[in-house]
Design a protein around this ligand. Structure first.
Ligand code: HEC
Length: 508
């Protein structure tokens, strides 16, 4: 159908193009033989002479006198040509003056039927065709016609809203804006819908919340609460409210929303169930702490988060213990040190973990994970002897079989401490430094173990084994990945590239 109309339009244009010169000859293009051949020759000669004269100035290979004489000759010729052109033009003008007497109406200005007809046809086509074509454009149409389709849809919806600013019409218009990524227009439209007298559907509040997810989580939470009031059993609303409340640390609301979500969702959600179980214990503690903070409650809260794999939240609680109750609480110190090391601050981590060891009584009294972190941090800072001691204590604690690559690193530290230039030691240490740089700079996108996230998986990837590829990505960035050339030292760059192409790429 669309094709048919287009062919019709093209045929009409072609017809007009051919027919018009016949209908209105004076509107037709002047054909080449309309021009007088003698005049054409003369003009060409004139152009050639003028060109020759101007080019003379650039002819530095010719002597000045020679140039002068040439110019005079050309100018004399040009003057003759100009005179002949004038004469020919007068002759032609005289013929034309005689002609009107013979032909009829040739000298009068004619109505430009041709131009009028073409304009009229174009206006008609413009007015008629879109109305036929556009509503017939479907999902499978090309991008351009789909864009036109959306533009028309937008226009129709804007008109509908002008005539009747109902919630339904506003919602439809807002959704079109949202689809076009025009967030401000979408938000303004949804807000108009909220402010009508009609009751707003949950979906409306949900959309406002989604728009605010990137900008203002508290605002998003406010809209999600309203969405829940409008429809208390919508799983999407409940899930989002849980996530947003968890993110803004409103744990009681998160707990309720997740619990309701589990009841409303028809599928098993083990991750959410786990979080609800955690919050079952956390919420009473946070309420008790809000009423009256105690060291025991803060430690218990920190431990819950630590064990649940939420080190950041755990350390917030430990930090309150250290600042408000006991600056030498060994577990709070050690775990804060571990988090500092993960954040790339090896020197602060060493200070904090050493204090933790003092508070606990000895190195061996630290938890294994703290001890291991201290050993890694020493090694990274080049404190070989301390590293050796810490690795030895760590291996003593967990046993050689469960110590991972600690024996290797112990050997490297010992080699360095005794001044040996052991190349395996250098490799082991580089890998460790690289891992640390990776955890501090790359893990938020590529995962703590390179398993992928925002960025692609690097563990076990052949592309991650390609040194040139990795080096390029790290130095200059790629897509949303930032460039690290200026952020990391040359040693850190080498180390992280070595870690990615080595230990990470080799993983299964
Ligand atoms: C902000 C998130 C982010 C950070 C931080 C980040 N990356 Fe990336 N990285 C990405 C994304 C996204 C890509 C894919 C880019 C693309 O191909 O468009 C990528 C691509 C890569 C690639 C290429 C992978 C391939 O298949 O070719 C490597 C290697 C890499 N990153 C390593 C690193 C290292 C090492 C760091 C830390 C120094 C790092 N990235 C930090 C997001 C990130």
């Amino acid at each position: 159908m669309l094709t048919g109309i287009l062919i019709g339009v093209l045929a009409l244009i072609a017809f007009l193009y051919v027919a018009l010169p016949l209908l209105a000859p004076s509107q037709a293009d002047p054909l080449p033989d309309d021009r007088d051949p003698i005049l054409v020759d003369l003009s060409e000669e004139r152009e050639a002479l003028f060109r020759a004269i101007t080019e003379l100035d650039a002819r530095e290979d010719l002597a000045a006198e020679r140039r002068q004489s040439l110019r005079e000759r050309y100018e004399a010729k040009a003057a003759k040509v100009l005179a002949r052109i004038d004469a020919r033009e007068q002759e032609l003008a005289a013929r034309r003056r005689r002609a009107p007497a013979e032909g009829e109406g040739a000298g009068r200005r004619r109505v430009p039927y041709g131009a009028v007809a073409v304009l009229a046809a174009l206006v008609a086509i413009g007015a008629v065709v879109p109305a036929y074509v556009l509503p017939r454009v479907g999902q499978d149409a090309t991008i351009t016609t789909t864009d036109l389709d959306v533009a028309r849809q937008l226009q129709a919806q804007q008109r509908a809203v002008e005539q009747d600013p109902s919630v339904t019409n506003l919602l439809a218009l807002g959704d079109t804006y949202l689809g076009l990524q025009q967030l401000d227009d979408a938000e303004a439209t949804y807000l108009r819908a909220v402010n009508t007298d009609e009751p707003a559907p949950a979906g409306l509040y949900q959309r406002l919340a989604v728009i605010n997810l990137q900008r203002d989580l508290s605002e998003a939470q406010r809209w999600l609460r309203l969405a829940r009031d409008a429809d208390p059993n919508d799983p999407d609303t409940l899930y989002l409210l849980g996530e947003v409340s968890w993110a803004v640390n409103d744990l009681a609301t998160a707990h309720d929303a997740y619990t309701d979500f589990l009841a409303a969702a028809d599928t098993a959600e083990p991750m959410i169930a786990q979080r609800v179980a955690l919050l079952d214990e956390v919420v009473p503690l946070t309420e008790a702490i809000a009423a009256e903070a105690s060291q025991a409650d803060l430690m218990a809260l920190g431990d819950l988060f630590w064990q649940a794999g939420e080190p950041q939240r755990a350390v917030e609680s430990y930090f309150r213990v250290l600042t408000e109750f006991d600056a030498m609480e060994p577990v709070a110190l050690a775990r804060t040190g571990e988090l500092l090391y993960l954040a790339g601050r090896a020197d602060d981590a060493v200070l904090t973990l050493e204090r933790a060891a003092v508070a606990a009584g000895s190195l061996g009294a630290l938890e294994p994970s703290g001890l291991r972190t201290l050993a890694d941090a020493y090694l990274q800072l080049g404190a070989w002897e301390q590293a050796e001691g810490a690795y030895r204590a760590y291996i003593g604690q967990v046993g050689e079989a469960d110590a991972g690559n600690a024996p290797e690193l112990l050997a490297a530290a010992a080699a360095r401490a005794s001044g040996e230039a052991a190349p395996e030691a250098a490799d082991a240490i580089d890998q460790l430094v690289g891992q640390q740089v990776f955890v501090a700079n790359c893990a938020q996108c590529h995962g703590l173990r390179g398993e992928g996230g925002v960025g692609p998986q690097l563990a076990g990837s052949s592309r991650a084994a390609n040194r040139a590829n990795v080096d390029d990505a790290v130095r200059f960035g790629r897509g949303v990945m930032p460039a690290f050339q200026a952020q990391l030292s040359p040693e850190q760059l080498d180390a992280v590239v070595g870690y990615v192409t080595g230990a990470l790429a080799a993983q299964q």
